[in-house]
Write a protein that binds this ligand. Structure first.
Ligand SMILES: [Zn+2]
Length: 261
């Protein structure tokens, strides 16, 4: 009974984190029911085979494809690709190509770092903790940062890309306090999702992030862009596509959320 419960926990956990992991775990368990080491070895081999050799070829049947990476479009952490969290509809890849082409003409050194996107299969299957990332149309992108001399860099302040916030300055509108005062305690939950902080000398780059946002708003397939109001005001950028996401979401002063029609 205890073993069954443990197996169910693994299936749920692996499904929530990677979508396909639970099914792969079931297959490995059926093959090697009583041999734990063999079971986990089979799981790892089968999982990697599926993730890199099979899923990318089935995902297009569900209208999705991997984020196309190149010299200037990167997946921020290996975990994102390893956990199948890097799938989007083709329109998102077109946006990334257009925006990175324009961005590198102005700032040749700047890369677009992609964070969580969507799973490869099934509309309505959310990529937790992002409830809305369930249809291939959503993608989180890192803000742009600069070093102490003001040079744009591609380093980010956290390992995961989430959870190190660009807090409101004195005198800026503080949406975070507004949401937390209203009882939305989850609003700054991503502070627990950094997986460690790195590159402590980084500053938020207004010019780099503003330029990237401008190019994103110019894309006809983009429907919404979420960023925290104080950063939008600090960068003096306004556009009908740049919206506020509401207190029920999490704060967006550690990343930008984009979605296509
Ligand atoms: Zn998002």
């Amino acid at each position: 009974m205890g073993k069954l419960f443990l197996n169910i926990i693994w299936i749920v956990l692996l499904t929530v984190i990677t979508q396909i992991g639970g099914v792969v775990y079931i297959i490995a368990t059926l093959c090697y029911r009583k041999k734990t080491l063999k079971k986990w070895s089979a799981f790892i081999i089968l999982y990697l085979l599926c993730t890199f050799g099979i899923v990318p070829y089935i995902a297009p049947l569900f209208g999705r494809e991997k984020i196309k990476t190149n010299e200037t479009v990167k997946i921020h952490t290996l975990f994102t690709s390893l956990a199948n969290r890097n799938y989007v509809v083709p329109e998102v890849n077109e946006v990334l190509t257009h925006v990175s082409d324009k961005l590198t003409k102005k700032y040749p050194e700047v890369e677009i770092h992609c964070l969580d996107a969507n799973f490869p299969f099934f509309n309505g299957f959310p990529l937790l903790p992002h409830l809305s990332h369930k249809d291939g149309k959503k993608l989180d992108i890192s803000l742009v940062y600069e070093d102490k001399k003001g040079t744009l860099v591609n380093d980010k302040p956290s390992v995961s890309g989430y959870g190190v916030f660009v807090n409101p300055l004195n005198g800026e509108y503080d949406q975070i306090s507004v949401c937390k005062t209203k009882g939305y305690w989850k609003y700054d939950f991503p502070k627990y999702l950094t997986l460690g902080t790195i590159h402590s000398g980084l500053n938020f780059s207004e010019k780099g992030t503003r330029t990237m946002l401008q190019y994103l708003t110019q894309e006809s397939s983009i429907s919404k862009i979420f960023i925290e109001p104080h950063l939008r005001d600090r960068m003096r950028i306004s556009h009908p596509k740049i919206r506020y996401h509401g207190c029920r979401a999490v704060r967006h002063d550690d990343h930008i959320h984009i979605q296509v029609y």
